[in-house]
Ligand binder design. Structure first.
Ligand code: TA6
Length: 296
């Protein structure tokens, strides 16, 4: 269902038959809400988020493309999250495993403006879908449409902000013992300790060669988010904590207590596409009762 969101920005609301829902702005193809069938909001969206281009919306699932972070010549996290996407009314057939009646297909193509900073032509098609059990599925297909034979490389992340009741009661399973680059220590490489991650201060780590499944356990809510990913070998874990939170104008001083970013990404090894080649990056989020999921 198409409607107007904050500041009159175009928004699509997806509703699944058993009651789960999601909302996505055409601005940035930005998912800003994902609710379970009890109407509980599962994503964090800052109360101070600015819905005003070209500022990225603070929260939900920003799309970081064609550059993650400040690693290259473009603005932080590239430009996809700062652009107006269009509805893709001629999508190529998506794999059947995105079976869903509640979905929207969006597309972003090269613009004159962006070609100045990123001289490549691409088509980025994104399908956002709600599965029968209320899972949220994002499928990105990025194709190199350069005519004069130039390959291009990019880094990528689904910069997902999960809503948690209390960050000090959250555990992350699936990243223990892995190597990571620590953004707080000059991106130096370290190895994670042997048990689940817990949080008591600012964290900004890029985990490398991560498993396809990561669990985020919210102890208080007895809820586990399960992140499943395909084509995305890395995972970023970020919480700004108090000092950085205060320094962000579009982020409440105390909001760090109620969010955690776990981002399915491709960063360490940029993805290179020859003309005509297409990359697919899939993210599937589910929220299950913890009693069911802990230890799995
Ligand atoms: O995902 C972690 C990170 O790269 C952090 O370093 C922090 O900059 C965060 O992204 C938010 O970036 P943004 O440009 O959205 O403020």
């Amino acid at each position: 269902e198409f409607c107007k969101g904050v500041n009159g920005l175009d928004k699509v609301i997806l509703r699944e038959s058993r009651g789960s829902s999601a909302e996505v702005y055409l601005y940035g193809a930005h998912v800003t809400s994902w609710k379970n069938d009890h109407g509980e909001e599962l994503l964090f969206l800052s109360s101070k988020a600015v819905f005003k281009p070209p500022k990225a919306i603070r929260g939900g699932i920003p799309i970081c493309f064609p550059q993650f972070g400040g690693l290259g010549t473009l603005d932080q996290h590239g430009f996809a999250r700062n652009r107006l996407w269009s509805v893709d009314d001629d999508p190529p057939p998506f794999p059947t495993n995105t079976l869903s009646k509640a979905f929207v297909d969006l597309i972003l193509k090269t613009s004159e403006e962006d070609s100045k900073n990123w001289p490549h032509s691409f088509e980025y098609r994104l399908r956002i879908a709600l599965g029968p059990g209320g899972d949220l599925m994002l499928t990105s297909r990025i194709r190199n449409t350069n005519s004069e034979g130039k390959p291009f490389s990019f880094t990528f992340a689904y910069h997902t902000y999960f809503s948690v009741s209390d960050i000090s009661e959250v555990r992350v399973e699936g990243l223990e013992t892995l190597d990571y680059l620590d953004n707080l220590q000059n991106k130096e490489r370290f190895t994670e300790q042997g048990d689940a991650l817990t949080f008591e201060s600012e964290v900004d780590k890029i985990y490398l060669s991560t498993p396809t499944k990561i669990a985020i356990i919210d102890h208080e809510k007895k809820r586990t988010f399960v992140v499943r990913k395909d084509g995305l070998p890395d995972a970023v874990v970020w919480n700004p904590w108090d000092k950085k939170a205060k320094a962000m104008s579009d982020f409440g001083d105390d909001e760090y207590k109620h969010m955690l970013c776990v981002e399915a990404a491709a960063i360490e090894k940029p993805i290179t596409l020859k003309p005509g080649e297409e990359w697919k990056g899939r993210l599937e989020l589910s929220a299950v009762p913890s009693s069911y999921c802990s230890g799995q």
